[in-house]
Design a protein around this ligand. Structure first.
Ligand SMILES: Nc1nc2c(ncn2[C@@H]2O[C@H](COP(=O)(O)OP(=O)(O)OP(=O)(O)O)[C@@H](O)[C@H]2O)c(=O)[nH]1
Ligand SMILES: [Mg+2]
Length: 382
């Protein structure tokens, strides 16, 4: 009779499927939809993008799930001025309870209505971050009009101006972040990421971290830590399978687990085929020039059973452990615990070293291609 494998459920493999709802609100034309798209790592022109432009006004709350982590939803909300509701009714209308936090986008000073909304959101016990959008436009204008242009000074002036305006409208310690929806790498988006993550309850923090775009080194490191903290689960699942005394089954199941985990890593670090094609399009750098920077065999590839087996065989330490595991399961009584321990160790070692290489590759992409593109963009503006 055929023995069944211990079944691998989705929850064993993906540990971050708690729901996270992020509300993005602000007046018409301020760049909400552009921000929602950029946050989800997609362009305004891409399929599934929130519609943007001068005529596409956000009239009702519209959910946009993250393309890789569908448990994370960005909500594109109509501005409080568009609905003409007072702050408390507006929050009821958008069903504020379901949101984990709010982002209020403005392309200029924050209005009185928005300040009242901020107070109401605070009263409801939710966090709110002010995003001052279209900063690229302001810098371009400042450059044209100032004799001694200083980018940092200009940014600081805009920041202080927004904060002062909000404080005058009795918003206590407002957190204002200057952002360009066209290039999240620049200005205050990395600081916004850090603040959102720090202020979320701990059980949702990992969910947000994995969703955030790889715009700074600290996010790549945090993603690595989240993934690393999950490795023991996969290794334990593998050890449970290794306890099944049938030759070949343990390796087959390990490979099945590893394919799924490595795909998750590639998506998280933006090293999957689709993300790299997009990077190539955005930067005008051919894929053949991007791929040589990779240190990990699976970066930029479609992860298959064959690829994982190849990677396992290439890692001498891991493959020796796997061969020993297959042999040891035939030693009566103590054989199965030995096989389980080996399986745990081999999977643990394999995933840790692959994760390290993938995080190195993600950082290479960021510094060699994304930052260069951002710098070229700001050079062009100067
Ligand atoms: N320069 C610049 N333009 C931006 C930025 N964000 C948005 N835009 C442009 O501003 C216009 C409005 O952007 P949307 O994202 O549609 O704004 P919205 O707040 O969703 O607008 P409604 O849905 O009408 O309320 C579009 O033409 C965008 O391309 C930005 O950061 N910089
Ligand atoms: Mg919109």
């Amino acid at each position: 009779m055929e023995r069944e494998l211990p079944s691998l459920k989705r929850k064993d493999l993906i540990c971050n499927d708690l729901p996270l709802h992020i509300a993005v609100t602000g007046e018409s034309g301020t760049g909400k939809s552009t921000f929602v798209n950029a946050f989800r790592g997609i362009d305004n022109k891409d399929e599934g993008a929130a519609p943007t432009g001068f005529v596409e006004t956000t009239m009702k709350p519209e959910p946009y799930p993250h393309p890789i982590y569908p448990n994370v939803t960005l909500w594109d909300l109509p501005g409080i001025g568009t609905t003409k509701f007072p702050a408390d009714q507006y929050l009821k209308y958008v069903e504020f309870k379901k949101f984990d936090f709010f982002i209020l986008v403005s392309a200029d000073r924050f209005t009185e209505n928005e300040a009242m909304l901020a107070q109401e959101i605070k009263k409801m016990g939710k966090n709110l971050y002010f995003v001052r959008s279209k900063i690229d436009n302001n810098l371009e204008a400042a450059q044209k009009s100032q004799r001694e242009y200083d980018e940092e000074k200009t940014l600081q002036e805009i920041r202080e101006n927004c904060i002062e305006g909000l404080e005058k409208q009795v918003v206590e310690t407002p957190q204002v972040f200057l952002v360009s929806g066209f290039d999240l790498h620049l200005y205050d988006f990395p600081a916004l990421q850090d603040t959102m993550e720090r202020e979320l309850p701990s059980h949702k923090r990992d969910v947000l971290i994995l969703t955030l775009p790889n715009v700074c080194k600290s996010i790549i490191n945090k993603k690595k830590e989240v993934f690393r903290s999950q490795i023991w689960r996969y290794a334990l699942t593998s050890a449970a399978v290794a306890a099944v005394p049938l030759p070949g089954i343990s390796i087959a199941a390990d490979v099945g687990i590893l394919v799924k985990v490595l795909r998750d890593y590639l998506f998280g670090f933006g090293l999957d085929e689709k993300s790299l094609e997009k990077l190539s399009r955005d930067t005008n750098i051919p894929l053949d020039d991007i791929k040589p920077v990779f240190t990990c065999i699976c970066s930029g590839k479609s992860v298959t059973n064959e690829l994982v087996l190849f990677m396992l065989q290439s890692g001498a330490l891991v493959s020796a452990a796997l061969i020993a595991e297959e042999g040891s399961r035939w030693i009566p009584f103590i054989g199965i615990p030995i096989a389980s321990a080996l399986s745990f160790t081999s999977i643990y070692t394999f995933l840790r070293s692959t994760l390290n290489s993938l995080s190195v590759d993600a950082e290479s992409i960021r510094t060699k291609f994304l930052l260069k593109k951002a710098l070229a963009f700001s050079d062009q503006e100067q």
